[in-house]
Design a protein around this ligand. Structure first.
Ligand code: G6P
Length: 607
């Protein structure tokens, strides 16, 4: 989604801001813009890639060591240059970039227009620029604070004033802002990726705080003007994750990083001698976890499918009643949360607005709220009672891959932890640990089939539609496989519980509507073979994924993909990989922008 970079220092701001915007491209955007303070204040905007903006800035070569920049993901108003940020007040002296949504902008805009303010864009953000102008009486900080107190909705902002060329104000409510300072310079961004090249220590703003950036220093205050002191913390990111190295795309690199990511997610977290998992982040809430009766898992997108998987796993390993719910639905339900209800929010970014709002609602109602998050220090990780990191490492491709498999790994560890304090036996616990420990090397065997899967993609990439079917542990994987194909290859794909086939999807089957059938030799194998027979009888093409060595499907399906044998409960960790690779290769063959699919954002910070 939208991204912000701000810089004040002694170097040309254009280089640092454009480089920062490039680091934010992965989040998804449709236009971009930059403002640099110099004698006349320079503004440039462009629709489409940051490279277009970069070209303009390179040829204009603006001087200036103070500036702000933005990538926009349209919410209010089309992706045009007029709607791209920065936005200005009437005088053109106040320059503003904004992430989030100003919910009361129409009321504010009407009032400001009646006072004579002239609007030039269709955005909600412009109202804030004029609102700051209406409060400005020589004290920029105070005008920013007063304006933000009148705003309903969410914001991360960076603002400049030509009369105050030695300061930048940034503020947040519900949309991240991170500060980085080094000798003679200060930076801010909405994502640590834009700061990692410049500093290794950062400060996270909290909601309703404003920070003043000056050369080499910053100060933080609340909107009510109470001063805040906050220590800097180390950035947990290796610079390597910002480049795709020998791989043509981040998505492929991240698919191939999965064995190592799962190793990291497991490291130091299993104790085979007692057949338990050790999750330090949950230590502080151990008693409440032991008393828990009811688990509700909330999340969005791919993280929601990890949550669906978790429902089966927790039901298998514990005696908890488990519900999995889309965060966007959960937050508006009437909730019956009791003292022994645990709510688990799953999120790669830790910033997804619906997930955050849902966990706040659960917390308000008295639930123990836990997080399974990838981005260290993110808002969700800070707002839960306790939690665990998935340790996937930074994920840049918009389509989630290694985040999903590390989420699944950690969910299995959590279920093991809770199961072993209930009635899960030592033998069962130990078998799960042994299974998990084998997964990274088994993943490598699956990845070795990359070329074969590319050939399959070449055979099927012209399909207009695809059906994905699976049962039990493979049902969430069918949904995730279909999502991958939709989001990166723009092929219409539907994931279905195979048992639902006869209730609708089978009507679609014909020789031009292929099916991906997830059929490892598990407890549901015979049932899914019946579904395969039904598709075959209607001349549907079938690609089946099964366990290595299973010869029973040959002759029944058109193409076979094999995965190594593992416990049923862990097979999603292997079966999802060919589906990720299949979607990736289809996307490349169809000429799609794999790492930045159209209309999508890596982190969805609006409702
Ligand atoms: C966006 C991303 C998805 C992700 C979803 C949830 O839609 O494109 O890849 O699964 O948000 O994000 P989260 O960060 O909460 O896991």
């Amino acid at each position: 989604m939208c991204g912000i970079v701000a810089y004040i220092g002694d170097k040309p701001a254009r280089e640092i801001l454009i480089e920062g915007l490039k680091r934010l491209e992965y989040r998804g955007y449709d236009s971009s813009g930059i403002a640099i303070l110099n004698e006349s204040s320079y503004i440039a905007k462009a629709v489409g890639k940051v490279a277009v903006l970069e070209g303009r800035v390179r040829s204009d070569h603006p001087e200036g060591v103070v500036g702000i920049a933005h990538t926009r993901w349209a919410t209010h108003g089309r992706p045009t240059e007029a709607n791209a940020h920065p936005h200005c007040d009437c005088s053109g002296r106040i320059l503003l970039v904004h992430n989030g949504i100003i919910e009361n902008y129409q009321t504010l805009k009407r009032r400001l227009e009646s006072q004579g303010h002239q609007f030039r864009s269709e955005t909600d953000t412009e109202a804030l620029a004029h609102l700051i102008e209406s409060h400005y009486e020589g004290d920029f900080e105070s005008a920013v604070q007063k304006a933000l107190l009148q705003v309903q909705g969410t914001f991360g902002i960076a603002a400049l004033h030509r009369a105050h060329p030695n300061e930048i104000f940034v503020a947040r409510r519900g949309s991240p802002i991170i500060l980085g300072v080094r000798d003679g310079e200060a930076l801010a961004a909405s994502d640590v990726a834009a700061l990692a090249r410049h500093t290794d220590r950062v400060v996270y703003l909290e909601d309703n705080e404003v920070a003043k950036l000056e050369r080499g220093q910053f100060s933080i205050a609340t909107l009510e003007k109470r001063a805040v002191r906050r220590e800097a913390r180390a950035i947990e990111m290796d610079a390597e994750s910002l480049d795709c190295g020998a791989f043509p795309h981040f998505m492929l690199k991240e698919i191939f990083e999965q064995p190592e990511a799962v190793e990291n997610a497991l490291r130091g977290r299993v104790n085979p001698s007692e057949a338990v998992s050790k999750l330090g982040g949950l230590e502080s809430v151990r008693e409440r976890l032991e008393q828990a009766r009811h688990l509700i898992i909330i999340s969005c997108g791919t993280s929601f499918y990890a949550g669906l998987y978790a429902r089966y796993v927790f039901e298998a390993l514990t005696d908890l009643t488990v519900e999995t719910e889309l965060a966007s639905e959960f937050r508006y339900r009437k909730l019956n949360i009791r003292q022994n209800t645990v709510v688990l929010a799953i999120s790669q970014s830790g910033e997804t607005l619906d997930t955050l709002a849902a966990l706040r609602e659960a917390r308000r109602k008295g639930a123990l709220v836990l997080g399974l998050v990838n981005v260290v220090g993110s808002t969700i990780s800070r707002e839960t009672h306790a939690g665990i990191y998935s340790h996937a490492g930074m994920e840049i491709g918009v389509a989630s891959t290694k985040s999903f498999t590390t989420q699944i790994t950690v969910l299995a560890l959590m279920a093991l932890l809770m199961g072993r304090s209930r009635d899960l036996s030592y033998e069962e616990g130990l078998a799960l640990i042994h299974g998990l420990e084998e997964i990274p090397s088994q993943m490598r065997q699956v990845l070795a089939q990359n070329e074969r899967i590319r050939e399959l993609a070449a055979k099927y990439s012209k399909a207009e539609h695809f059906l994905y079917i699976g049962r039990k542990y493979q049902y969430p994987i069918a949904l995730e496989g279909a999502l991958k194909l939709k989001e990166v290859a723009y092929i219409h794909a539907e994931g279905y519980a195979a048992g639902e086939m006869k209730h609708g999807p089978i009507a679609l089957i014909d020789p031009a509507f292929p099916t991906m059938a997830l059929a490892p030799e598990d407890g549901s194998y015979d049932k899914i073979v019946s579904n395969i027979q039904e598709i075959r009888a209607r001349e549907g093409k079938i690609v089946a994924l099964t366990t290595a060595g299973n010869t029973r499907l040959a002759g029944l399906v058109d193409d076979l993909i094999e995965i190594p044998r593992t416990k049923d409960i862990l097979s999603p960790l292997l079966s999802v990989i060919p589906l990720q690779l299949f979607a990736y290769h289809c996307a490349v063959l169809r000429g799609c922008d794999v790492d930045k699919p159209r209309n999508l954002a890596k982190s969805v910070t609006v409702e």
